[in-house]
Design a protein around this ligand. Structure first.
Ligand SMILES: C=C(O[C@@H]1C=C(C(=O)O)C=C[C@H]1O)C(=O)O
Length: 89
């Protein structure tokens, strides 16, 4: 395979950009759903007199993203913080 074979054409790049746009829309949809689910659980636990945070569950979430390195940690922390929403302020 020569270098040209490996390079995407301008048509390929257009298609790849469409894929990125679609992926971003899906990621946003999933993040919003995650926030919703996390807040539902958090509100129920607090209404029952429980804690706002469950550290062992949060450690599991951090571990899931560890393969992405420091950015994975930032991403996991952002997801956890989004789930806290107003509850966490
Ligand atoms: C969603 C929960 O509540 C909190 C939010 C978590 C999350 O967003 O992943 C994890 C643990 C808890 O601190 C839960 O207890 O599972």
């Amino acid at each position: 395979m020569n270098a040209q074979d490996a390079l995407p054409s301008s048509e390929d790049i257009s298609a790849l950009r469409e894929e990125i746009d679609w992926l971003d829309a899906e990621i946003l949809r999933l993040v919003k759903r995650r926030v919703e689910v996390s807040q539902t659980i958090g509100k129920a636990r607090m209404a029952a007199g429980g804690t706002r945070i469950v550290y062992n569950r949060e450690m599991d979430v951090l571990a899931r993203y560890r393969e992405l390195g420091p950015e994975g940690r930032q991403l996991a922390m952002a997801l956890l913080n989004l789930g806290r929403g107003r509850l966490g302020r």
